[in-house]
Write a protein that binds this ligand. Structure first.
Ligand SMILES: Nc1nc2c(c(=O)[nH]1)N[C@H]1C(S)=C(S)[C@@H](COP(=O)(O)OP(=O)(O)OC[C@H]3O[C@@H](n4cnc5c(=O)[nH]c(N)nc54)[C@H](O)[C@@H]3O)O[C@H]1N2
Ligand SMILES: Nc1nc2c(c(=O)[nH]1)N[C@H]1C(S)=C(S)[C@@H](COP(=O)(O)OP(=O)(O)OC[C@H]3O[C@@H](n4cnc5c(=O)[nH]c(N)nc54)[C@H](O)[C@@H]3O)O[C@H]1N2
Ligand code: SF4
Ligand SMILES: [Mo]
Length: 692
């Protein structure tokens, strides 16, 4: 089915892969009739997808054929910002304008004054980073540190177990205990939730650890509502009890871990009473969870990035990742921990991205999580920004600075997107992007172990170009003559993986292209670290990390309090800890311009505990302002015990210009960074709320 095959007259099906930044990476069956996508369904023959899609992608034709799709290159006429107007130009005009401006900037300020800004709006290996990286490397542009989502957790986790790997998700149905820790599976990892429910039917107990009683927590057997940013304290408390009560696998610890004595000493400093006070939970909850975790086999921890968005986010994942080695949970195929499975893929990023094209010494690096302050204060100044696969004006923290930065008259901004997003309103040149149904790509996943092909189902709409074709043409406009700029998309697919790696044994690009998807060649039903062999420098699970020590970080797991902490002086003025996790019907800001999904989500909302609402005379459904020193936005109050006292929750991420007050929750979030990995701290944010 990978090459179009006729079924009914004029109708055929094409194999695709979901390009959105979601751990599930579903395999798609795209039905095309008379050159138009008429239906998108989940592939039934792909185990992780199992024929099911989330609602967002099940209605995908509405996104592809949305009346607001950008179909031609545009040039802004008049001022930057909301209400900006544009006029149509040709592709040759657009490319020449960009190339001329880049040549001028390079001559006057150097290429480092040009900054690419992209994330995972398209998560295909080609769409995420291939020809674009080659272009910016060759240009000598500043590098971008892509920290907006996962860098803190990924680095912390890697310090403990070596890579973004974990238990094989397909085995989790056999677990007896599943701890869903800082993840809302029903909303953001739906296909894991399907497996967790199957485990439950087979007798597993499910525990959610989340400040909010989410749709996932509702359906678990138990919910532990800790305060945001306190997960490492809870994990250290569990270690304390496991060690005190001898719920350890001493043989596993002796053979496959490093630094147990030092960890033991550290954990001794976290007795349940202290942990309960830090986390805002009962001492008995710590004791009970430790006993259940220590006594249940197999025990799986499914964590995610929700806990890496506070000051101690890196250390939080590092600490959690040490737990399964203490109890020997790794011995069982359905035991251990999983943050991300992306480290299992032998991606050849050097071949795709060609960092060798970069000048030496390497150009400066800009952290994407501080784009607001960098646009305003980086020295030497940023003179040009090229935004694709991302919508920073809506998603980056501390909007006041982000918006002021984007509004700079002397900044030359190019935006490539499917829609006129909040960011596009600040573009000098606005370029139309294809949807994933209009291009070829190859995919890994961060939630399962399959490789997939995305075949184009239809030709590009209007004059839209894929990321690869756009940067191919820009390279030509800049006169770059290296052969790699002539690589076709199929060439790039061939280069994307090291096909000689044993994990791809039996597979080639041609076979994958014919079959559509394949599981990595990793043994089914196996426990990856039953006999140790962690991909760390020592080959062990590193309770003590020499690499962290040499980076000036505490080599042992520890609790780092949120920067905006309820015990800090700031809390007297701004007493509520605000978290802003994803709405079910949006994917970051993608889909948040769809009439269907806007109707589902109704309007920006903030959940407040009845006690917190009462002291502020806030009633259910009334309009409130949420504010701190950085800014303010408005939302409808939902008075509910889904949040605990002291915590407020506003689902995200709304487009600013589609919100009643023209702002969103990132008005109040901060540009401070995490302890490890330079990550964003969206959920480390004290606010006050008042009736409007
Ligand atoms: N429908 C939908 N799915 C998505 C997305 C989306 O926007 N919409 N986004 C995608 C992307 S980019 C990502 S990174 C993932 C994000 O999905 P996850 O990695 O699961 O992360 P979040 O949704 O940020 O947070 C998950 C849960 O953590 C809770 N939480 C917040 N702070 C803390 C804390 O300090 N400790 C603990 N224990 N829990 C905390 C939140 O209440 C939330 O319920 O989902 C992906 N999937
Ligand atoms: N307050 C708060 N802020 C957050 C978060 C939060 O939980 N709370 N979550 C954070 C997280 S985890 C993440 S990952 C970021 C996500 O932030 P972004 O990566 O900016 O994600 P989106 O908002 O979905 O924007 C992606 C854009 O890429 C466009 N796009 C899609 N496909 C293509 C393509 O092929 N080519 C081009 N050129 N464009 C394409 C889409 O139309 C969309 O406008 O947001 C972060 N911001
Ligand atoms: S967004 Fe996630 S759940 Fe929805 S279709 Fe894409 S990969 Fe599957
Ligand atoms: Mo993310």
């Amino acid at each position: 089915m990978s090459t179009p095959s006729s079924t009914a007259a004029g109708r055929h099906r094409v194999r695709g892969a979901c390009p959105h930044d979601c751990p599930d990476t579903c395999a798609l069956e795209v039905s095309v009739c008379d050159g138009r996508v008429v239906k998108v369904a989940g592939a039934a023959d792909h185990a992780p997808t199992a024929g099911v899609l989330c609602t967002k992608v099940a209605f995908y034709p509405e996104r592809i054929y949305h009346p607001d799709r950008l179909l031609h290159p545009l040039r802004r006429v008049g001022g930057k910002g909301p209400g900006a107007s544009f006029e149509r130009i040709s592709w040759p005009q657009a490319l020449a304008t960009i190339a001329d401006r880049y040549r001028q900037i390079i001559a006057s300020d150097g290429a480092e004054a040009i900054v690419p800004y992209s994330y995972a709006g398209n998560s295909g290996l080609l769409g995420y980073g291939s020809m674009d990286r080659r272009f910016f490397h060759r240009l000598g542009a500043a590098q971008l540190d892509r920290t907006i989502c996962a860098s803190a957790g990924a680095m912390g986790y890697r310090a403990s177990i070596g890579a973004s790997v974990g238990f094989d998700v397909e085995n989790v149905v056999d677990a007896r205990l599943i701890i869903i820790w800082g993840s809302n599976s029903v909303v953001s990892n739906l296909h894991f939730w399907r497996l967790a429910q199957e485990a439950k039917r087979r007798g597993a107990r499910l525990i959610a650890i989340d400040p909010c009683r989410t749709a996932t927590a509702d359906k678990c057997d138990q919910h532990i509502a800790l305060l945001p940013g306190t997960d490492s304290a809870l994990a250290l408390g569990l270690m304390h009890v496991l060690i005190r009560d001898e719920l350890l696998d001493h043989d596993y610890i002796a053979r496959h871990t490093l630094g147990f004595d030092a960890l033991k000493e550290r954990a001794r400093q976290y007795p349940p009473a202290r942990v309960a006070a830090i986390c805002g939970i009962e001492e008995a909850e710590v004791e009970q969870l430790a006993h259940e975790y220590g006594r249940t086999t197999p025990a799986a921890i499914r964590t995610n990035y929700g806990i890496n968005r506070t000051a101690g986010g890196g250390m939080a994942l590092r600490t959690l990742a040490c737990l399964p080695a203490l109890t020997g949970a790794w011995r069982h195929p359905a035991g251990g921990i999983l943050l991300s499975s992306s480290g299992n893929y032998p991606v050849d990023s050097a071949a795709l991205e060609r960092p060798d094209l970069m000048p030496r010494p390497a150009p400066r690096t800009i952290n994407m999580s501080t784009i607001g302050q960098d646009l305003l204060r980086a020295r030497p100044p940023i003179k040009a920004l090229f935004v694709y696969n991302s919508n920073p004006v809506a998603i980056a923290p501390h909007s006041a600075e982000v918006v002021r930065g984007f509004a700079r008259d002397d900044l030359f901004t190019v935006v490539h997107d499917l829609f006129q997003t909040d960011t596009a309103d600040y573009a000098d040149i606005l370029l139309p992007a294809t949807s994933h149904m209009e291009q070829l790509d190859i995919h890994k996943s961060y939630g399962h172990l399959h490789v997939q092909v995305n075949q184009p189902a239809i030709p590009p709409l209007g004059e839209a170009l894929s990321n690869t074709e756009l940067f191919r043409r820009l390279a030509q406009a800049m006169g770059f003559s290296e052969a790699c700029f002539a690589d076709s998309d199929e060439d790039l697919c061939r280069q994307a993986f090291d096909w000689n790696d044993p994990r791809l044994a039996g597979l080639s690009w041609d076979k994958l292209k014919a079959d559509g998807h394949a599981r990595l060649n990793l043994p089914r039903g196996a426990a990856p670290f039953a006999d140790g062999g962690f991909p760390t420098p020592s080959g062990k699970c590193e309770f003590h990390s020499a690499s962290l020590a040499s980076a000036g970080v505490d080599p042992l797991p520890d609790f780092t309090a949120p920067r905006e902490w309820r015990q800090s002086p700031l809390a007297s003025e701004f007493p509520l800890a605000l978290i802003t996790p994803p709405a079910r019907n949006f994917l970051n800001t993608s889909f948040a311009n769809s009439a269907r999904f806007l109707a589902q989500e109704r309007s920006p909302a903030i959940h407040l505990h009845p006690a917190d609402a009462a002291t502020r005379a806030i009633t259910d459904h009334s309009l409130v302002r949420i504010f701190n020193r950085r800014g303010e936005f408005h939302a409808r109050a939902i008075v509910s015990d889904r949040v605990r006292p002291g915590v407020a929750m506003a689902t995200s991420i709304w487009w600013r210009k589609l919100s009643p007050d023209g702002r969103n929750c990132n008005e109040v979030t901060s540009q401070a960074l995490t302890d490890i990995g330079g990550g964003a701290t969206f959920y480390d944010c004290l606010v006050e709320v008042a009736a409007l």
